[in-house]
Design a protein around this ligand. Sequence first.
Ligand SMILES: [Zn+2]
Ligand SMILES: [Zn+2]
Length: 422
Amino acid sequence: MQLHLACRHCDQLVYIASLQKTQVAYCPNCRSKIALGKNNSEQKVVALSICAIAMLLSSLFYPFISFSEQGITQTITLLDAGKILFEFNSPLLGILIDITIIFLPLTLLVFFILIHIGLLKILPRTYASKLLKMIFILIPWVMSEIFLIGILISMIKIMSIADISFGLSFFSFSAFIFFYLMCLTHIDKNKLWQHIAMVDNRPLIGTPARAIEHNYRACHNCQQLISSNICDRCHSKTYSRYPFSIQKVMALLLTSLILYIPANYYPIMHTWVLNQDEPSTILGGIVTLWQMGSYPIAIIIFIASIIIPLAKIFVLTLLCYVVTYKNTLDYASQYQYTKMYQLTEFIGKWSMLDVFVVAVLVALVQLGALMSITPGVGAIFFAAMVFTSMLAAHAFDSRLLWDSIDTTQAKSRFHNKNQEYK
Ligand SMILES: [Zn+2]
Ligand SMILES: [Zn+2]
């Protein structure tokens, strides 16, 4: 399979003649992964998707976790987590959890099977490209793996006060996550777009160069190199850079910073013991865990809920500042800023961990007057904060970091400098 594309991180033009089974293609400029050479990836995706669907469906109908305290046992299924939140005046949180951990991955898995057994060739080109576009937009919003970690953390939180046992569904849900993540590694975006149309007829460019220097635009959906305003493969509008990227990022960051205040000020959950309310905020929960001696869990929640959101806001603001005000950047800083951005984009959704912990605790600890947990309004603000900061990270165009100077010259300068140091 021949590929001629522009790296989506730095706009470097890359030509890949063919890839062997075990080979991976990296961008020669920013060293980001560009393509994977995998044989029989279609069959593997179909097989893994079928396994994942079977595991996910079977995890819906059996007991998930049971919780016993002084002779009272509460058993929940996977669907109960969303349902109980829905009943406790948090319909938004309930719907969000059901969608991101069950319905979205299930729908995506069905589409993974259909597009790998030939649906793209049967559908008219406009529908096929709309479908592929939608699939790749939705993939980053699946949060089942974070929910699983959330379950384990909430178990540790309440292990000292009650007996916990995992039901069959817990194990099939874990297996579903394994198959789902494996399946993602075999999905080849470039190959799928080539099923829709082979329009890769750009002239070969011998020397390292960037798409913008040749007046090419890389379509943000299908990565087709194009010089017109409309992509001839997926019919989307093309831009050489995302329009108003910095303004969008700053607006979303400001929103998420504002949401961060009520998210930390209001309690994220209320624990009712003998009808006495004990509200706890995010920071309060971490302090309690620390005092209880659960140091690793306290550290994980502290990093996921306090450090990651703040670091993300800081890094994205820094990148916007650099792109707007710094006219000259050397290769080393361009490279480091790109890696920083990639890490921010990857790590962002893990901040949802604490919201999932609350969801599991609310679903599980419902023992009437003896002890029950209800969600607090802080959890909704927190979830909204995570979502806006994820949108902010997606809106940033990292190619702007490489636009400031002539990259080829800078890169050779950087390599020469490194040689001198050696
Ligand atoms: Zn690159
Ligand atoms: Zn396109």
